[in-house]
Design a protein around this ligand. Sequence first.
Ligand code: C5P
Length: 222
Amino acid sequence: NPVQPLAGKRLLITAGPTRECLDPVRFISNHSSGKMGFAIAEQARNQGAEVTLVTGPVALTTPKGVQRINVESAAQMLDAVMAEVNQHDIFVATAAVADYRAQAVADNKIKKNDDELTLTFVKNPDILKTVAGLPKPPFCVGFAAESQDVEAYAKRKLADKKLDMIAANDITIAGLGFNSDANALNVFWPGGRQDLPAQPKLALAVALLNLISERYQEKQDT
Ligand code: C5P
């Protein structure tokens, strides 16, 4: 039986997109498939972790033995995460949370009248930053999808959000990342870096979880 460094550890994972309503029939969202988060959930569970998966709307089946909480909006995702976070050791934020929501959700369907339509959006809370800023935060892992200066932006997010680790990917590489079954990650932590080459998300999840458990253990020991 292989060593199970995550055995008994409790992981909280966010996944998928969020949906922000505009009126009773419409919303804005993004193309996140949720595959990376679900892969991490499945593999962490395989390694003996207790896993809670807070997910936006995705077309994926729940990995065996994983506790799934369905949400739609960023506000709902924040509420679900805050209700769970104190019972968890490690927080992995893979969700593609909408940065903005409509300032007001229309009570009735927005009618097709003028040639132009203007809507005002307000900023959503940053779930990961909120968790990492708690007095006793779990070990916090963020993701960063970047189209340029991957290393600089990833390191800035690591510091700004006070994360323990950030996994960055270059979204300009064809066939990888968003909606794809494969990805490559540049992983950074305070004082270190490792590049995980392009591979299926299930294999990548194992490699990332290995790094997480190493760093997590090291942080416990200091
Ligand atoms: O700043 P940026 O959106 O690029 O940061 C990405 C990371 O922050 C991801 O781990 C994502 O899940 C998390 N995030 C979040 N809440 C937001 C925005 C991003 O948890 N509102």
